[in-house]
Design a binder for this molecule. Structure first.
Ligand code: SF4
Length: 443
């Protein structure tokens, strides 16, 4: 019996899919990349964009059509808005919240698919442990042999007005730190080279249980100690932090332990105080500027990435110009720029989407051009220096491999040696573009 799984959206959904795959394989199902040959078909949905939800509708309609000729079981999990859930329950055989994953074997068996149960999961269910605790205990089937994600938290309490996540994933729940450290230790021992801590708002880790759990900086300290004790080379990232919870202790911890990667992804979303207020981001430019100054002081070699939305509801030309100024001021190494589109379920969905489509496109291009100038200047400074890089795979161009620096700058270098993939190499940078660099391997 085979299963097919389609994760949509962000890294969190990909990480959740690794746990779903693990449960299905423990039940005896085999993975397939072909929808046509699967007996169980699942989607991990994303509600961030309507486009993504439309993909769920078109897939389930196709799968339900196949049911005339063969026996199939379909399921849906992930980020689902309550209004969509009502419709999806009618279309899928199973719809469940991701923290209900431990009960998937039971749900599947009730649908008549004969499987072996995971004994530990069954026993735990009988003891009525709560779903979150059980979910974190599931060992994922990692999709890479050298790069892994560790979820440390689920849900979000921030309620940014453009985002539906708090309504789909619920309140912040921190994973017990001993579980996180156990997974980290195992991955380090298995030789994983990059490990990313995942959460909607990682740096509020532990704030939901302040008397029982460490805060994010303390968690990083324990991870740094694992790195020191192991004697192995690996880099730990985290995504995404919220500027309101970005305290200096986190940066100091990163400076203290070499396994904590010199890279900060700090979403700014807008460079204008009034828009930030409207977005309910709970920081202003003065606070954000202060954090960037601390990053530059405490972690001078760290790269800085961000997320920006252009054309948010009622954003004026002047307000957009403030975002342009912010990109120039903070000299980002990368920015993921999105043109605003109202997301069903988010607070701003009720507000006018009044920046015309052409104007959003125009602002997007202007900001991208501004960013390109800055990233090109930043990357130029790499020329003539050597960088430790993790080789990630073959480049699209024959004879080249692609790698990334610790600061996540993409690097290309000539090599036919595929055994380098998944290993660290030193590369001397010889040329750069706005978003990448090229060089030759040393040694
Ligand atoms: S911090 Fe804001 S953007 Fe991020 S998940 Fe929470 S509500 Fe959404």
């Amino acid at each position: 019996m085979k299963y097919f799984l389609a994760p949509l959206g962000c890294q969190m959904n990909k990480s959740d899919s690794e746990r779903i795959a693990s449960v299905l394989e423990e039940m005896g199902f085999l993975a397939t990349e072909s929808e046509e040959e699967a007996d169980i078909l699942g989607i991990v949905a994303c509600s961030v964009r309507q486009k993504s939800i439309n993909k769920v509708y078109s897939r389930i309609q196709k799968w339900n059509g196949w049911k005339k000729n063969k026996s199939l079981l379909t399921f849906l999990s992930g980020c689902i808005l309550p209004a969509d859930e009502v419709k999806f329950v009618e279309m899928f055989d199973l719809v469940f919240k991701i923290n209900e994953l431990p009960t998937l074997p039971q749900m599947i068996t009730q649908y008549g698919v004969n499987t072996a149960f995971s004994r530990e999961i069954m026993l735990a269910q009988e003891e009525k442990k709560d779903f979150d605790t059980l979910f974190w205990k599931i060992q994922p089937k990692y999709s890479s042999l050298f790069q892994a994600y560790i979820p440390i938290q689920n849900g979000c309490n921030k309620f940014c007005s453009f985002c539906a996540v708090p309504y789909t994933r619920g309140k912040e729940v921190s994973r017990p730190s001993h579980e996180i450290l156990k997974e980290m230790e195992r991955l380090v021992q298995e030789g994983y080279k990059t490990i990313t801590l995942l959460g909607q708002n990682v740096n509020s880790y532990g704030l939901d249980r302040p008397s029982e759990e460490w805060n994010f900086a303390q968690l990083l300290e324990k991870i740094g100690q694992i790195g020191e004790k192991s004697g192995k080379e690996f880099w730990v990232y985290y995504t995404s932090p919220h500027p309101s919870d970005m305290k200096t202790d986190v940066l100091e911890m990163m400076a203290k332990y070499p396994c904590l990667a010199r890279h900060v992804h700090l979403p700014i979303q807008s460079g204008d105080d009034d828009i930030l207020k409207k977005m309910n981001r709970t920081y202003d430019m003065a606070i954000y500027r202060n954090i960037v100054q601390n990053i530059r002081k405490i972690l001078p070699e760290a790269t800085l990435f961000t997320d920006i939305i252009v054309g948010f509801s009622s954003e004026t030309q002047e307000q957009f110009n403030n975002t342009l100024k912010a990109v120039e001021e903070f000299e980002y190494d990368m920015a993921y720029i999105a043109q605003y589109s109202p997301r069903p379920g988010a607070a701003s969905y009720q507000w006018p989407d009044d920046v015309p489509f052409e104007e959003k496109k125009n602002r997007f291009h202007k900001l991208t051009e501004c960013l390109k100038k800055i990233t090109f200047q930043n990357n130029q400074k790499m020329i003539g220096k050597s960088y430790r890089c993790l080789v990630e795979g073959k480049d699209r161009k024959e004879g080249l491999l692609c790698a990334r620096t610790q600061g996540l700058i993409p690097i290309h270098f000539p090599s036919l040696d595929l055994s380098l993939i998944g290993n660290f190499v030193d590369i001397l940078i010889e040329s750069t573009t706005a978003f990448a660099a090229a060089g030759k391997k040393l040694g």
